[in-house]
Design a protein around this ligand. Structure first.
Ligand code: NAP
Length: 240
């Protein structure tokens, strides 16, 4: 049997990050469960990973802070000894009308959604190269089809897709780099039923997706050993 691999999943205390962590545990990965504020959620994720027979440890980091990115990777390496897979799911999704965008909204989106994944990737490079590991970014359908009212977020996700493609080129052949772009899979929890119905009307498959569909796509890319520089859209066809 091969050596057990370790994955770090950012934002794994809830929702999509949690589903990805549990899916990777099912595939035999040990999981470093990153969280910022969702401490209890992260402990629950870790406990569910252990129930699936893998090792898990939680790590707190506020990824708006640049130095926290390097420290998070150091802490994970100290604990697990190596890192084979980086899944970059933590992000914000702030609604802001074009007339209200200030430096603050711009920086919040770019710092957490674009810069943090980049600096986490850089910090993890030595281990990923040594282990022929890979990186999976979580972008979003907005990278392909932006919508109104979220300009900094849409720009951050489009730029993350370009970061993914460029890093894939820079890091080949040692490290593969891909992305999963969810469509509407877990709508924001404060949306009304009518608002969700409005989103569904626009989706060719006529339903919202599941966290499982996104987690399955991540698990697929994690082991797709001739695939790099690709974004897998899991969006019910909304970007066709
Ligand atoms: N849900 C969807 O339908 C959908 C659609 C398209 C794209 N996506 C993308 O999929 C990913 C996950 O989406 P989601 O809906 O599960 O996210 P979410 O519920 O909005 O959760 C955001 C995650 O980011 C983490 N986070 C927030 N601020 C942070 C900070 N300062 N430092 C570190 N981590 C921080 C949170 O951690 P704590 O809770 O621990 O603070 C949480 O795990 C995101 O990249 C999102 O853009 C989601």
């Amino acid at each position: 049997m091969g050596e057990t691999k370790t994955a770090l999943v950012t934002g794994a205390g809830r929702r999509l990050g949690k589903a990805i962590a549990l899916r990777l545990a099912k595939d035999g990965f040990n999981v470093a469960v990153h969280y910022c504020g969702s401490r209890d959620g992260a402990e629950r994720t870790a406990s569910e990973v252990r129930q699936r027979g893998s090792r898990a440890q939680t790590f707190q980091a506020d990824l708006y802070r640049r130095e926290a990115c390097a420290r998070l990777i150091e802490d994970v390496l100290d604990h697990f000894g190596a890192l084979d897979l980086l899944v970059l799911s933590a992000a914000n999704y702030d609604a802001v009308g074009i007339d209200d965008v200030t430096e603050r909204e711009w920086d919040r989106a770019l710092d957490l959604n674009l810069s943090a994944p980049f600096f986490l990737s850089l910090a993890a490079l030595d281990s990923l190269r040594a282990r022929h590991g890979n990186i999976v970014f979580i972008t979003g359908m907005g990278a392909t089809r932006p919508k109104r009212g979220f300009l900094p977020y849409m720009v951050s996700k489009g730029a993350t897709r370009q970061l993914m493609r460029t890093l894939a080129l820079e890091l080949a052949p040692a490290v593969r780099v891909n992305a999963v772009a969810p469509g509407t899979v877990l709508p924001p929890e404060d949306l009304s039923e009518d608002e969700v119905a409005g989103l569904v009307a626009d989706i060719p498959l006529q339903r919202v997706g599941s966290a499982k569909a996104v987690a399955d796509a991540v698990a697929h890319l994690a082991q797709a050993d001739f695939v790099t520089g690709q974004e897998l859209l899991v969006d019910g066809g909304v970007t066709i």
